[in-house]
Design a protein around this ligand. Structure first.
Ligand SMILES: *Cc1c(COP(=O)(O)O)cnc(C)c1O
Length: 475
């Protein structure tokens, strides 16, 4: 039966919003006794004064006005929105994790050992020779990878000007290449949704610094010609970059390094636990082949004299983030990999692929291409994919990614991940089918049953109000 979901509304006078804490009770706090120099003290400080139950209710209510992976299915394609087991949070909350980043390496040997072990695990999983944990996101990892490629070419007195990227790639690939100072050569996909060998041949030249590839690609299709592609790129002296956002599909089964990739990033917040729906923090470690290890960012960890030390690789591109990166996110990734083990990781990718193919076979919307790996892209056909997405919330499921990749008209890019069982996949299929059968007039004003109704997304993106205060004064 199709679920008719209704999100909480706590204040019917005020468009259903839960009041801000300060609106519940604001109290002036006396600053006389505060032990700060007078010059730093305010005359008066207004803070909300609330009891613990009031506070607990406030945050519980806010959570009931939101939708997350702990509310129901969340098949946001390319983002790998999977449930993150609580034990990883427990491990990251261990008092020893609260180590100050300025401590001397000698006094934090356990921390360095964990970082070194995680580097080794990631290297093993990706088939790479060395890994840096510093970059704070996949996009930052791409940029680091491009800087490493640039340093590599420059070290050989072989300055190159172009990076080749398929048209189906994530927008961050184009941005990373451009930020690295390269001209982007866009590669049109073939009719089967994969890299077209003739088009690649035409795009490659002595100017090619790198080809950036996602495999399986954003249509959920495995690049079957990957070995030939790697050979072609290496033949012209370029490097092969692996965008690891879709690694969930290959985990424990195939390794980018074995396919011929020279440099890659891991989106640990997609593949190895850490909730990332709010936009971060995440981590985007970068793995490289032996030849590129001397260019890794500093500081880097290594074993020495029965312990661990920090050092600067010989031709390091320098520092790319504070200290060792987003440490607590890295602990969660370590805990997840350690707990699942090789068998568990391979099981996760098997289920992710099975779930995507099962769901693709169950829905009425047309699903071109396939068979798929961890995600598929359906077409909303005559409907507007954005309307479909909004309406799906009324059926108690999070919508897929929409309108991308552009190879599929009105794209619904769907990635159920390994966490869903058959019941929730069927619930998702029912939600898709319910919307598919509805009239345009019904879906173009959706959602109806959520706390916030249809919002003006363009206005929201162009006119950011990042605090309640700026929203309140309309600034
Ligand atoms: C998410 C994603 C990225 C960027 O990663 P972030 O961690 O969000 O910065 C790059 N490529 C693809 C295909 C992605 O899905």
């Amino acid at each position: 039966m199709t679920l008719e979901y209704t999100q909480a509304r706590w204040n019917s006078d005020d468009e259903g919003y839960e009041p801000h804490l300060a609106e519940k009770n604001e109290t002036s706090v006396d600053t006389d006794d505060v032990p700060l120099p007078d010059g730093l003290k305010r005359d008066e400080l207004t803070l909300p004064e609330l009891s613990e139950p009031e506070l607990a209710r406030h945050y519980t209510r806010l959570s009931q006005m939101n939708y997350g992976v702990e509310s129901g299915p969340y098949p946001l394609g390319s983002c790998t929105m999977k449930y993150n087991p609580k034990f990883t949070e427990d491990v990251a909350a261990h008092p020893a994790a609260g180590v100050h980043p300025d401590r001397s390496p000698e006094s934090v040997q356990g921390t360095l050992e964990l970082l070194a072990r995680l580097e080794n695990q990631l290297a093993r999983i990706g088939g790479m020779d060395a890994v840096t944990l510093q970059p704070p996101a996949g996009a930052a990892g791409e940029f680091v990878g491009i800087l490493i490629a640039k340093a590599y070419h420059e070290s050989r007195d072989d300055e190159r000007t172009e990076v080749v990227i398929p048209d189906a790639a994530h927008g961050t690939n184009f941005a990373s290449a451009a930020m690295g100072g390269y001209d982007v050569v866009e590669l049109p996909s073939g009719d089967d949704g994969r890299v077209n060998i003739d088009a690649l041949e035409a795009a490659l030249s002595k100017e090619t610094a790198a080809l950036m590839l996602t495999n399986p690609n954003t249509l959920g299709l495995f690049e079957r010609d990957i070995e030939e592609i790697a050979e072609m790129v290496h033949e012209v002296g370029g490097l092969l970059y692996y965008d690891g956002a879709n690694l969930n599909a290959l985990l424990g089964r195939a390794r980018p390094g074995d396919m011929g990739f020279d440099v890659m990033h891991y989106n640990v917040h997609k593949t190895f636990a850490t909730p990332h729906g709010g936009g971060g923090p995440g981590a985007g470690p970068v793995g490289v082949s032996e030849e590129l290890a001397e260019f890794l960012p500093s500081p880097h960890v290594r074993a020495s004299d029965g312990g661990y030390e920090l050092f600067e690789p010989e031709r390091s591109i320098g520092k790319v983030h504070g200290f060792m990166g987003n440490w607590l996110v890295l602990i969660k990734a370590y805990a997840y990999i350690a707990r699942l083990g090789d068998e568990g990781l391979a099981d996760a990718s098997a289920k992710a692929v099975l779930n995507a193919n099962y769901l693709a076979s169950q829905i009425e919307y047309e699903v071109p291409y396939g068979p798929f790996h961890h995600e598929f892209v359906a077409s909303a056909g005559e409907q507007d994919a954005a309307d479909v997405a909004k309406r799906m919330l009324d059926y108690g499921v999070h919508p897929p990614t929409t309108k991308w990749p552009e190879l599929v008209g009105e794209a619904l890019m769907t990635e159920p991940t390994e966490i869903e069982n058959r019941r929730s996949l069927d619930q998702l299929a029912e939600a898709f089918d319910a919307v598919a059968s509805e009239e345009r007039e019904t879906i173009e004003t959706a959602p109806e049953r959520t706390t916030a109704k249809r919002i003006d997304q363009t206005e929201a993106a162009r006119n950011l109000r990042l605090s309640w205060q700026s929203f309140d004064d309309g600034s």
